[in-house]
Design a protein around this ligand. Structure first.
Ligand code: SAM
Ligand code: SF4
Length: 327
């Protein structure tokens, strides 16, 4: 089987796997205070089904699997699953995106399994603002987990969704974090996946964020991988880096190398698009590996050119939360 290349010549080598849509936080830009309606338990792909799909994707040339959600650590059985992934022939890089609340106790095990990169979401450095955004009081726990992960040598990226009037005054504090730490702090434009059919009201574009950065610090561009979503900068002399993710402006579609699998096994070839394949149905209908692979290649061969085209084509019937897509 050939590696996955879409109809626009983009190689797909990166899979984002939402292992649960459940979460112990309620971030305003992601879901309403009451949370979202989770998938029925019998709809959610089992660990065994996920393991089979990951093997198939790795055989199709996927080199990196990011575990996301919802909050991945709220699903029981995550660690044994990660261990199995790490033992797949052609072992992919395994990365995790987490809100950090349950991370601290798992760090040693993650290290043993070979996970070395963690993306941790932290939108503020202030406990009260954290409560305003996430509607829970886990701020200290997250800070402790980040510091422990740092001490243990994990490569850390901090994801910050920037909202005007809420946390935008902290941009310079976040940049200061990169002075002595090798972390990459990435500022993210809010996207329209808040679970209630909107986009968080207090908007700041990536360019607005960049203007603020440049007013406060002298920054220089840093080169990034070809298909990376973040535009990277550094303050000369600082150890860490700063990124801007133009998630709403969609500046990175031309080099997008990502596939996404929702908790229910829907395959997405674009964050903004509708699901293109029901992989759970294929597995549960007893399809062979070969026919699952052909179905994936077929879907990839009809990929839309960018997130704007995908959004226009999406006949929305539900309000999406990022917790179902995995970010
Ligand atoms: N619960 C984990 C976490 O928060 O890191 C993993 C899942 S979360 C959906 C993945 C990423 O999506 C997080 O960095 C989060 O900040 C980001 N995210 C969620 N909703 C978003 C939105 N509406 N716009 C931009 N980013 C969003
Ligand atoms: Fe949970 Fe992550 Fe969504 Fe926040 S962004 S509510 S932590 S899934």
């Amino acid at each position: 089987m050939q590696p996955l290349v879409d109809n626009h010549g983009r190689r797909l080598n990166y899979l984002r796997l939402a292992v649960t849509d459940r979460c112990n936080l309620r971030c305003r830009y992601c879901m309403p205070a009451e949370g979202i309606t989770s998938g029925r338990r019998d709809e959610v792909l089992t660990w065994e089904e996920l393991r089979r799909l990951c093997r198939i994707f790795v055989e199709l040339g996927i080199e990196k699997i990011r575990i996301t959600g919802g909050e991945p650590f709220v699903r029981k059985g995550l660690l044994p699953f990660l261990l199995e992934l790490s033992q797949l022939p052609g072992c992919p890089e395994i990365d995790i995106t987490t809100n950090g609340t349950l991370l601290a106790d798992h760090l040693d095990a993650l290290k043993r399994i070979g996970v070395s990169r963690l993306n941790i979401s932290l939108d503020t450095l202030n406990a009260d603002t954290f409560y305003t955004i996430a509607r829970r009081r886990d701020f200290e726990k997250i800070l402790q987990a980040i510091n422990k992960a740092d001490t243990l040598g994990f490569k850390i990226k901090i994801n910050v969704v920037v909202m005007a009037g809420i946390n935008d005054h902290e941009i310079s504090d976040f940049i200061s974090l990169t002075r002595d730490r090798k972390w990459t702090v990435r500022f993210i434009e809010p996207m329209p996946f808040d679970g209630v059919g909107g986009r968080y009201k207090s908007l700041l574009s990536g360019d607005d964020i960049l203007t603020r950065l440049m007013r406060q610090f002298y920054i220089v561009p840093v080169s990034n991988g070809k298909s990376a979503v973040a535009t990277l900068f550094q303050v000369p002399g600082f150890q860490g880096r700063i990124g801007i993710i133009y998630g709403y402006s969609r500046r990175f579609c031309g080099a997008c190398s990502r596939l996404r699998l929702s908790t229910r096994g829907e395959l997405l070839t674009c964050l903004y698009g509708s699901p293109v394949l029901d992989m759970g149905a294929l597995l549960r209908a007893g399809k062979s590996d070969g026919s699952v692979k052909r179905a994936i290649s077929g879907a990839v061969g009809k990929r839309l050119s960018d997130g704007f085209e995908a959004e226009r084509a999406f006949n929305k019937t539900t309000f999406h939360s990022m917790a179902t897509i995995g970010g």
